[in-house]
Design a protein around this ligand. Structure first.
Ligand SMILES: [Zn+2]
Ligand SMILES: [Zn+2]
Length: 385
């Protein structure tokens, strides 16, 4: 029954324990999220721009707006979460086990993703020549190669040229290679890309250590993480391409359904790389792209806003876990949330949430925030009445 009951504390006692004012706290979180997400997206877009060999014009006119759009998405998601957290407390007069995490995060993520979609649609309308051409799509095209992006149904021409170098199915669009070398080349190419990206990300810290610890310099090129990102991207591509070729051989046709199956199998490669940000992003975008391709081909029913709702629900589930049972959340996701909120997510008064029976405070070593008794409704235990 405890899971269904209400606890009467206010949002200062449970949530924003660093400041009694709801407005100030929401402002703090929004400002912090803005700063942190800018630091996340700026290098990401810069690397993507270099990889896509963008012209000078892009760096001058488009790079900064694109970074800011993505930044605004994470910022609204974070800022609105705490806004809804406080609104729900005011409406409900307390907290239920679902309202602090899932309840507040659901509308926040929904609005944030709607906003991002609106901007994305505007942007792509301004620049796109042929429909779907966002950052994610070109990233996907870069990774799996243009041969494997399903084209519109019916327009694919199956040129049956005989490949002299080895076995190649007549439906395969990789005309230069046979199926095996096509997959191997894909692996080598993306392995080196992953390896180089990770090296580049390590350069600033290596530079700092160059004078203090010169012996650490070789670790820039030779360490586990470099190989992890390489192995992830490499195996992702080779599984994807290999499955696509294999299915063409087995079924003797080219089918957009293959891309979906291949995408799901390629998701296995995420085990090589435990970065939630990159692998989940890629995977979700892949599924999304395939889903829309499937709709175009008439294979999947179209639900309006299906992806938006899906995103909002999965984010809300993560927030629910982050509030009520951090021990069950992926550590990298929790670290990301801490970083985005500048550590404030850990300041929640989780001992009060223990009544819901999810061991909310288990990993916080008895942490109790120092609250100003003038603003609390129920005095914290241990203080004189
Ligand atoms: Zn509040
Ligand atoms: Zn092939």
């Amino acid at each position: 029954m405890a899971a269904l009951s209400k606890i009467p504390y206010n949002c200062y006692e449970i949530g924003h324990t660093w400041d009694p004012s709801c407005v100030h706290s929401a402002f703090d979180i929004t400002r912090g999220a803005l700063e942190v997400s800018f630091k996340i997206y700026a290098p990401l877009y810069l690397i993507a721009a270099v990889l896509r060999r963008k012209k000078k014009d892009y760096y001058l006119k488009r790079l900064l707006p694109e970074i800011l759009w993505s930044t605004s998405f994470l910022t609204t998601n974070g800022g609105l979460y705490i806004v809804f957290f406080c609104i729900f407390r005011k409406l409900l007069g307390g907290f239920y086990s679902w309202s602090a995490g899932f309840g507040a995060a659901l509308p926040a993520s929904y609005i944030a993703i709607l906003l991002e979609r609106k901007i994305e649609i505007c942007v792509s309308r301004c620049r796109s020549k042929d429909g779907l051409k966002g950052f994610a799509f070109s990233a996907l095209k870069f990774i799996v190669g243009k041969e494997e992006i399903p084209s519109h149904s019916g327009t694919a021409e199956h040129i049956s040229t005989i490949c002299k170098q080895g076995p190649r199915h007549r439906c395969c669009k990789h005309h230069q290679d046979n199926c095996i070398s096509y997959c191997v080349k894909g692996f080598i190419r993306m392995f080196s890309v992953g390896y180089l990206i990770q090296c580049c990300l390590k350069v600033p810290s290596a530079f700092r250590q160059m004078f203090s610890k010169p012996s650490r310099l070789p670790s820039l090129f030779y360490n586990k993480e470099n190989f992890q990102l390489g192995a992830f991207l490499g195996s992702f591509v080779s599984i994807y391409k290999g499955t696509s070729c294999l299915l063409r051989w087995l079924r003797n046709i080219d089918d957009e359904l293959h891309a979906l199956i291949a995408g799901f199998l390629a998701g296995i490669s995420m085990f090589f790389y435990k970065s939630t940000t990159i692998s989940m992003y890629l995977f979700s975008k892949l599924v999304e792209t395939m889903y829309f391709k499937g709709i175009e081909a008439g294979r999947f029913p179209y639900f309006p806003h299906a992806d938006t709702v899906l995103y909002a629900v999965s984010t809300a589930i993560c927030f629910q876990a982050a509030v009520m049972e951090v021990q069950n959340l992926r550590p990298s996701y929790w670290k990301f949330l801490l970083r985005l909120t500048k550590g404030r997510f850990a300041l929640m008064n989780r001992q009060l949430l223990d009544v819901f029976g999810t061991q909310a405070s288990r990993d916080f070593k008895g942490f109790v925030p120092k609250l100003d008794p003038r603003f609390t409704t129920v005095l914290p235990p241990g203080l004189p009445q």
